[in-house]
Write a protein that binds this ligand. Sequence first.
Ligand code: ZN
Ligand code: ZN
Length: 341
Amino acid sequence: MNILHTIRTHRSLRLMLLLALTLAAGGYLWATTPRQPAYTPKHPCNPTNLERVITTLTPLHTKLAKPRPGDWLSQHKESGQTFAQYVASKPVVPTAKRRTIYVIPIGPFSPQQKKILETTVEFLGLYYQLPAKLLPATGDKAIPAAARRTHPQWGMKQYLAGWIMDRLLKPKLPKDALCLFGITATDLWPGRGWNFVFGMASLRERIGVQSFYRVLPTIPANATPAQKKNIETLALKRALQTATHEAGHMIGMYHCIAYECNLCGSNNQDESDRRPIAMGPHCLAKLCFACGCDPKYRFVQLVSFYRKHNLTAEADFAEKSYRKLGGDPAKLQPATKAKSK
Ligand SMILES: [Zn+2]
Ligand SMILES: [Zn+2]
């Protein structure tokens, strides 16, 4: 790859900027965060119980391998975040009045992208065990010339991700929203020196954006129905992975540097495709702590979703995790009866 045109993809230039701002702002940003959830000792999301979940599930997870040349961690120094550090950071968490994940489509979508969009919204709800709603689409006419460009070498149209977050999404944040997530089929770029970005999210402001532009690989004209289906499943996996990664940032989760995990940073499509949709043990504990969800119940729902959408490896791993936590196998959807009739 030409060094001058090295693809720098990430999702988290903004994440890092916001971290710096948070530190600079001292107590102000902490003071604006909602109260921490108070769990009884027996609640599955009590931190002590979640530490037990971490210990139980850890043997199923793979430690993050040394980064390959060009991978996110080969170019960005990150310190990670343990579960205890996350709890101590007083993250943005859902409250009784503010717990819906809203998704707003921006600009035009093909019928295929629209289908992926609807499935992504459903999945966000299951993954975070919160209500997730699709808002009516907003056109792209409001995006000014200064926040658009045609990529100088590649020629595709792009929107400036930061403008979308600050100027388009922030004013639209619904009162009962945990977060507002914009999804567009147009490519995104985060600013000077970057070629594109899959998505970006704020750690504190409850907004994020994702592009489907790079999700759907080209389907060859002579592809067999099976090959076509495989490509569509890959597209869906990519969309679900990026959406749930960015939503993790929106509840204050930093990048993971410990395990093969959905919250790992990704510098390119190959690296992103190597990462699982599943969260590693610490990140899963953070999710359950923030959202107040029982990990076992969540796994039952995820197994069912994955089987319905032919995400077999994901279904098998979620099932293994559920069994490891001592979940009742009778509550799982059997692998051989994946389709509901
Ligand atoms: Zn990220
Ligand atoms: Zn992780």
